[in-house]
Design a protein. Structure first.
Length: 115
């Protein structure tokens, strides 16, 4: 029985023989950056990735039949682009930003005492 492989947001979906190596490419919309490939947690059969942190990599199909067919998702993150003029920034001790989405910033005159 073949493996029915699904790439939720990219290329490479199809029906393959067990252990087949398939080229996959993430579809990343403008304003976003690729983060990593992940197997769907609902699947009991997973693929292995050549390089999970590369948007264009290989996925090796499982070598055995499972209850589900494998599905992968390319995780993406919004990118933040500041195009405004910043007057001054002072007193910055630490800034840790995990992810930011849907932010618009314009004409920042000064930022002080940011932790």
């Amino acid at each position: 029985m073949p493996v029915v492989f699904t790439n939720r947001n990219g290329s490479g979906s199809g029906t393959y023989a067990y252990s087949t190596v398939v080229a996959i490419v993430a579809t990343v919309p403008s304003g976003y950056a690729f983060v990593t490939w992940v197997n769907d947690t609902d699947d009991n059969v997973n693929v292995s990735f050549g390089t999970a942190t590369n948007p264009s990599t290989n996925a090796t199909m499982p070598s055995y039949e499972g209850l589900d067919d494998p599905t992968v998702t390319a995780k993406i993150s919004a990118t933040l682009v500041l195009t405004s003029t910043i007057g001054s920034v002072s007193g910055v001790s630490r800034a840790n930003i995990g992810s930011v989405s849907g932010v618009a910033i314009a004409n920042i005159k000064s930022v002080s005492e940011v932790e």
